[in-house]
Each structure stands twice: as C-alpha cells, then as structure tokens.
Design a binder for this molecule. Structure first.
Ligand SMILES: CC(C)(COP(=O)(O)OP(=O)(O)OC[C@H]1O[C@@H](n2cnc3c(N)ncnc32)[C@H](O)[C@@H]1OP(=O)(O)O)[C@@H](O)C(=O)NCCC(=O)NCCS
Length: 154
C-alpha cells in the first residue's frame, strides 16, 4: 500500500470511491434512501474540487489503484475517511489515520474530531476517539444519526 498526497487529477476517482463506499458499505447501517441522499448519483463536482483544494487529502493506493482517502482540516477536523468496498478490513483506514495523525502532530494540534457514521464509529473508537454525543443531521431532505467524536493529542 502506498500513501500519497491527493492531486486534482484524483478528483473523479475520489468521488467514485466515496459513492461506492457509502452505497456498498454504509448501507449496512443506513437505509437505501439515506445512502442515495448521502452519495447522490450526480455529485457537485465543483464543490468537491474546492473542498479538496482547501485542505490536505491523502490517497491510499493498492496496486496503483485508489483504495481509500482521508483529509484533515486546519482545526483538527477529519471530514473524510472512506475506504473502497473491495479493500475493507485490510488496514487502509489505519494507514490513512497514521498519516493524518503525523500531520496533526507536525501542526501541533491539540485534538482531532469528526462526525462518525454508525459504520465508522467502531473504527474511530479503535483509534482512540471517544463519543462526545450522538446527533441527528439533515442532508438533502434525509435525517442521519452520527456521532460527534474526538481524540485528544499529546
Ligand atoms: C470505517 C472505515 C473507514 C474503516 O476502514 P478499513 O480500512 O476497513 O479499516 P482498517 O482495516 O484500517 O481497520 C482499522 C482498525 O479499526 C478496526 N475496525 C474497523 N472497522 C471496524 C468495525 N466495523 N468494527 C470493529 N472494529 C473495526 C479494525 O479491526 C482495525 O483495528 P486494529 O487497528 O486493531 O487492527 C470503512 O469501513 C469505511 O469506508 N466505511 C464506510 C464509509 C464511512 O462510513 N466512512 C466514515 C464516514 S464518517
């Protein structure tokens, strides 16, 4: 597995992976209507491009193909952590989180925080995050339960 920084040419592959991960993995914990709202058929490409440009994003590759990606906002917010359905449970998210934590340490951040899906909550707990509170968020007309979680950094 290779971890590298995202470049704009990765945009379409990243958007595809996001949709696959939500539709095929998060469907374990959310309804069909919820995953359609979370990862619509036609994503807002410009908004995706802007968001990727506004923060570091890391790509995990296996055999030269995108296997997962994660990001880190300047205040310690981990907005995205998605692994391809065909590469679940092989340490891809572990490797991405290690990279995120190295960057957080380099920046001297005091904590990481995220809004974890039901699907991702056990992963974040394993990585030392604790639940601050469950919450209901609305997206494209659908309500979702997720968990505000944080991890203090040394
Ligand atoms: C959550 C997700 C990112 C985990 O990715 P992954 O590559 O399969 O995770 P890893 O194989 O690197 O596992 C890392 C650790 O978390 C643990 N873990 C991961 N998922 C787990 C689960 N559902 N239950 C218990 N432990 C879990 C692993 O056992 C492993 O523990 P270890 O460090 O002791 O070996 C992945 O399942 C995913 O993409 N989910 C769908 C998208 C999603 O909901 N993303 C988050 C949005 S907030």
């Amino acid at each position: 597995m290779n971890i590298r920084r995202y470049v704009p040419a990765d945009l379409d592959a990243v958007m595809d992976l996001f949709r696959e991960s939500v539709r095929r993995v998060a469907i374990r914990d959310y309804s069909e209507a919820q995953v359609q709202a979370w990862a619509p058929d036609v994503p807002d490409r410009e908004r995706w491009a802007e968001r990727r440009a506004s923060r570091p994003t890391w790509i995990a590759e296996i055999d030269g193909r995108l296997a997962g990606f994660a990001d880190l906002e300047p205040d310690g917010h981990v907005d995205m952590m998605y692994v391809h359905p065909d590469h679940q449970g092989r340490g891809v998210a572990n490797a991405l989180m290690k990279t995120v934590e190295s960057e957080a340490a380099r920046l001297g951040l005091g904590r990481l925080y995220t809004e974890a899906s039901i699907t991702a909550k056990p992963f974040f707990e394993r990585k030392g995050f604790r639940v601050i509170a469950p919450q209901t968020v609305s997206l494209r007309g659908m309500d979702f339960i997720n968990y505000r979680m944080e991890k203090p950094l040394a």
